[in-house]
Design a protein around this ligand. Sequence first.
Ligand code: PBG
Ligand code: ZN
Length: 326
Amino acid sequence: MPSFPSHRPRRLRRTAALRNLVRETHLAPSQLILPVFVREGKNLRRAVESMPGVNQTSVDEMLRDAEAAAKAKVGGIILFGVPDSKDAIGSSAWDENGAVQKGVQALKKEIPDLVAITDVCMCEYTDHGHCGVLKNGEVDNDATLKLLSRTALSHAAAGADIVAPSDMMDGRVRAIRCALDENDFAGVSILSYAAKYASAYYGPFREAAESAPKSGDRRGYQMDPGNADEALREVRADIDEGADAVMVKPAGPYLDVITRVKAETGYPVAAYQVSGEYAMICAAADRGWIDKDRVMMESLLGIRRAGADFIVSYFATDAARALASG
Ligand code: PBG
Ligand code: ZN
């Protein structure tokens, strides 16, 4: 007769070796994607105040950060543009000499093995800060599709491996897929920000990307935080339109959505640990209230455990280094 209690889960927790043997979820550097903010110019590195360690950089300086990430075996990089000039339709978004286009070209030349992803959206390029063109004060969905397609094409032409539309317009995945295929870019993948919530956690990003809407908010196109069934509909629509992988964003407050998307689609699922999630961890650690490295790793592992295959995170390089040093 076994003694009481018959199950002693603590037996497999007694040593690090035993714990390693039965760990269910693993995090690898190759599953991390580093976001970067690129501007025109040279030798430029401007700190983003609300995101310690994150900078706006010119392409040459961005390459230094990308090299450090690649050295730590980070899987990929996602580029956001901070243009010098903005207008009502965001026309600098598809400028072939724009910072993102130049940045991708440089990356594919210098570090071809690092997956190059581009964020496709209008909000960094429009003078009003919305993710599409305005008509009578509202974002005009169908008119925006043409601009997004044009932007995605310019990224593909620069050499992007993956384009990632984050605008939340309906039908953008099909529009972009058609534009890519018609222009000989059938091999360029689409990672759609499929379930992107209207979140207060994007605050610090809007400082980094200088992309806050001048009036109103994004609730007319981004998702309501209470909805999960709707996230599945968004995801299925994007997959039907040709998305190769889908993203849930933010990550930490939406782990249930990540789990459902993975379970119900079986598709590659990305999660974006957004600027506010990053800033909160940094701020609490700065006050000595939490251990930054441990919370960083635990937050990322939790996102993986929920079902994300890969994670976009401002911690990407730091976390990859921490993984390498055990
Ligand atoms: C732009 C975009 C945003 C983020 C990624 N792409 C901000 C927004 O929708 O306002 C947020 C990323 C972050 O907070 O780290 N469409
Ligand atoms: Zn946007």
